[in-house]
Design a binder for this molecule. Structure first.
Ligand code: SF4
Length: 326
């Protein structure tokens, strides 16, 4: 299948921000890049990247002197190493304008370059005035992104090599897209009930606690102001999905689905299916194995429409093969 055919088959292309150097652009302080083949070559078939290099876009040259974060971890300054110039205000002013542009692009996620004082998201080194470093900071630009788009899924390229984290990030990216689409096309109490129903098993696999709390919220639909209701639901939705799905929770969801097949499944087919679910529980096979057989039987049985509406069965294009590794 060509890349164009693949794009058509998988539906809308999602747009994600990315640190420019991860796409191989030579924008780093030393004139180099940090090309990430998975992001630049594999994922390009599924997403449209919007590259952003804060240091170059705010007017610095390539090459340039390197920088570091200095001061309080919760509000550090971006300082050039040799000259001592403080670029914090300049970067924040640039970020303000750039984020206004990005708001018009409907981004569904952002992948940042790890360890960078400008772009790093987690555990970036912050230096005290005495030169002691602690990995407690967030780069200046991601901090502004979080402020502007608090629900946007964010990750670093290094963490995406961890399969459960990779699967979780892209599940959140596609979930965020669907949430935004619901707000755009059907922002009503009825639309929210349908959205919540379709995500029941997805939420159960991540956080049954969030599912219950969101259910109580949805029950108030129509009696609470829409703006307040949708904002709280959206926050809980993305917060719940950010909790990693565990094998135990996935097993619960799979067994719940098997319950719909009880009367229609021959005894040996049921044993085979339950055996694969046990194999998954015991880390002998990935999630895709019992799920594929389960979907095979669901297709042949008169299950309620509710089951087929479950996003859990198809959370993102199967070509991403994310459930082959968790
Ligand atoms: S880490 Fe960020 S600031 Fe540094 S080169 Fe990459 S995109 Fe530019």
């Amino acid at each position: 299948m060509s890349d164009d055919d693949l794009r058509q088959a998988q539906g809308p292309t999602l747009r994600l921000g990315i640190s420019s150097c991860l796409l191989g652009k030579q924008v780093r302080y030393d004139g180099g890049h940090k090309l990430d083949h998975f992001l630049a070559d594999t994922l390009i078939k599924f997403v449209e990247w919007v590259p952003v290099c804060p240091e170059v876009e705010m007017g610095l040259s390539v090459p340039r002197e390197s920088m570091r974060l200095v001061g309080a971890p919760e509000d550090p300054h971006l300082i050039a190493l040799k000259s001592g110039i403080d670029f914090t205000d300049r970067m924040k002013t640039w970020a303000h304008e750039r984020l206004a542009q990005l708001a018009g692009l409907d981004l569904c996620g952002f992948v940042f370059k790890k360890d960078s004082p400008s772009s790093g998201l987690f555990r970036v080194k912050v230096y005290s005035e005495h030169g002691m470093a602690a990995r407690t900071g967030t780069g200046i630009f991601p901090r502004e992104v979080m402020r502007a788009f608090p629900l946007l899924p964010l990750e670093e390229e290094g963490r995406l090599n961890d399969m459960p984290l990779r699967e979780n990030f892209f599940e959140r990216v596609f979930a965020y897209y669907r949430w935004r689409e619901m707000l755009r096309t059907d922002p009503t109490p009825g639309g929210l009930v349908r959205f919540h129903t379709a995500h029941k098993l997805t939420l159960m696999a991540h956080s049954p606690k969030h599912y219950t709390e969101m259910g109580r919220l949805v029950a108030k639909a129509g009696t609470v102001r829409w703006a307040e209701l949708s904002a709280t639901y959206g926050r809980l939705f993305m917060e719940g999905l950010a909790l990693l799905g565990t094998r135990r929770k996935h097993v619960n969801v799979l067994q719940h689905l098997v319950g719909y097949l009880k009367r229609d499944l021959a005894s040996e087919d049921k044993q085979e299916l339950l055996g694969l679910i046990e194999d998954y529980r015991n880390e002998l096979v990935p999630l895709v194995v019992p799920l594929t057989l389960l979907k095979h039987h669901l297709r042949r049985s008169p299950v309620p429409e509710w089951v087929w509406q479950q996003v859990y069965l198809n959370p993102y294009p199967k070509e991403l093969r994310l459930r082959n590794h968790v």
